[in-house]
Design a protein around this ligand. Structure first.
Ligand SMILES: N[C@@H](CCC(=O)N[C@@H](CS)C(=O)NCC(=O)O)C(=O)O
Length: 234
């Protein structure tokens, strides 16, 4: 008689340090939903600067969120985290979200780096001075910098149906969450940015995007409005 050894699939608990009002955290959570992964969410106290504490910096010296812990493996930076989750846990069909064909991948990377190096910086330039430095308004210069991002997104979308290619990729996830956040700060003019509006509507058809990014953008917007009011009352 044969004896079989039962070998469970090895999967460590995935922990995500996040914040409900943080766009890069939304993109990681949506990616996890797409892949059917359960995340143990640990929310940090952003206003109390928990992300700059020595304890947190042991996880991520950059002092930014999100941070993923997969067993003893720790990774910061949402774009790296999304790629890691897809590489490690995505099935063959899901791998198409980050294509292997050289030029397709380059276009996805272009949009991902645009997100991390340009678009998301504009969210930070608006939010951090309001949260930490008592800023009393979103200046016209900041509004211009947001419209500059909308112009770039509109241009990307004039070349392809989605942000990088003619199909949905991980870049839509990253840029989409950033644009959802910016839209909460400075509303996208439908007529001027018709392609961006239509693309965001398409992203919103997805329940995961709606549940996490749209509700997260409301939380971020409410936080900023409350802080602006407080800064102006002082
Ligand atoms: N490119 C990074 C940006 C992460 C980031 O800046 N997160 C914000 C919160 S939404 C943060 O931690 N800000 C604190 C800081 O920049 O000091 C990513 O995609 O993970």
């Amino acid at each position: 008689m044969h004896t079989y050894t039962y070998k469970p699939i090895k999967m460590s608990k995935l922990v995500l340090w996040h914040l409900k009002g943080s766009p890069p955290s939304w993109s990681v959570r949506i990616m996890a939903q797409i892949l059917g992964l359960e995340l143990e969410l640990k929310e940090i106290d952003f206003v109390a600067k928990e992300h700059k504490s020595p304890e947190f910096k042991k996880l991520n010296a950059m002092g930014t969120i999100p941070v993923l812990q997969d067993g003893d493996f720790c990774l910061a930076e949402s774009h790296s985290i999304i790629k890691y989750l897809l590489d490690k846990y995505g099935n063959e069909e899901q791998q198409a979200l980050y294509p292997s064909e050289v030029r397709e991948r380059a276009l996805v990377d272009q949009a991902m780096f645009f997100d991390t190096g340009v678009a998301f910086i504009r969210v930070k330039n608006v939010a951090l001075p309001i949260i930490f430095d008592g800023a009393k308004e979103v200046t016209s210069k900041l509004v211009e910098s947001i419209e500059d991002v909308y112009d770039i997104v509109e241009d990307f979308l004039s070349r392809h149906q989605y942000i990088a290619l003619d199909r949905y990729t991980i870049a839509d996830l990253s840029v989409g969450t950033t644009i959802a956040a910016l839209n909460g700060t400075h509303k996208i003019e439908t007529k001027r940015y018709s392609r961006t509006t239509a693309w965001l509507d398409k992203l919103n058809e997805d329940a995961y995007f709606r549940d996490i990014a749209v509700s997260g953008a409301e939380i971020l917007k409410d936080t900023l409005i409350t802080m602006l009011k407080k800064n102006n009352d002082q």
